[in-house]
Design a protein around this ligand. Sequence first.
Ligand SMILES: [Zn+2]
Length: 347
Amino acid sequence: MRVTRISTAAAALAAWIASASASAAVDCPEPDKALGVSRVLEIDTSGGPMFGSATKREKEPDFLAEGEVVLTFDDGPVPWVTKPILDTLVQFCTKATFFSVGDMALSYPDMTKEVLARGHTVGTHTWSHPNNLRRLDLDKAKDEIERGFAAVALAAGTDIAPFFRFPGLNDSDELLSYLQSRSIASFTVDVISNDSYIGSAKGIADRTLKQTIARKGGILLFHDLKRPTAKALPAILAGLKAHGFKVVHLRAKNPVVPIATLDAELQPILAKAAARNLVPFYGPTPGPRTADGQDPAVSELAPPARTRLTDPMPAGGQQASSEPLRRRPANVRNRRHRRPHRIAPAA
Ligand SMILES: [Zn+2]
C-alpha cells in the first residue's frame, strides 16, 4: 500500500514535471523563431562600473563570450515604435534593455509600464537628451541624470535599474565618478546599428548583422524612436538566430534610488500624461526563457569600484576627452528635444 502511494506520488510528480516543462516550451508563440535568452547576467552596480567598448574611459572587461549579444534600445518610449518592438521581442521570445528618456517616459507612462511588464530591463538616458553632457555645467549635467532616473521610475511606478547610457555616448570621467557615487552602471556599445541615420529597414538590418558578425557579438544599440528600427527588428533577430548568436539578458541586482525631492516637481507632468491613457496595458508575460523554453542560467557580476580621475580642462577650453562617436543631425535632434506629445497629439 505504501509502495503504491509512493508510486502514485512519483507518477504525479513526473506528470507535473512533464506538464511544467511542456508549458515552458510552449511559452514562445512561434517556436521556430525562438531566439530566447541564453543566460541572465545580474549586475551589482555598487562599484559604478562601465561596460562596452565605445569609450576612451576606463571600463570593465567584456562580459560577453564570443557569439553573445545584448539588445539595447535608447531614446524612447514612443508608443508607435516601442510597441511594435515589444511585439517583435515577444515573437522571438527574447529580452532587451531600454535606456529611456525621462520626459518621454513621463509622457507615455503606460508604455514604460508595459516594457517592464513584458520582462525587459529599464534604465535611463537623461531627462531631456542633451546630446553632450560634457558641454553642460556640471550641476546641470547631474540634474539631467538624476531627473531622468526620477522621471522614468515615476512613470514606471516601480523600481528601475541603475543603468545609464550617455546621450551621444559623450561620457566624461567627472560624470562617471558621479555615477559611481550613486552606484549607477553606465553602458556604451559595441555595435552601432546606425538606425538614427539609415532610413530603410533593410539597410538597418543588413548593417547591424554585418557588424555583429564581424565583431562576433557585443552590446547592440538601437533606438525605439523611429519606425524603420521597428520594421528592421524581425529581420535582425531572425538573422541573429540564423547565425547562432545567443542573447544575454541584463538585470540589476539592486534598483536605483531616485532623489525623492524631484518627484514633487515631476508629479504634475505624470498626472497630465496619465489622463491621456494612450497605450492599452497588457498583463505580465513570462520571464526570460532559453530558445527551447527552459529557465536560463543566472550569474552575477560585481566589478569593484575603480579610481576615476576628473577631466582636466586644458587651456583654450578644449575638452581632453573623446570626441562624440556619433552626432545626430540637427533636424532630428530638435524634433527629439520637443515634448513627445507635441510631435503627435494625444489620441
Ligand atoms: Zn540617445
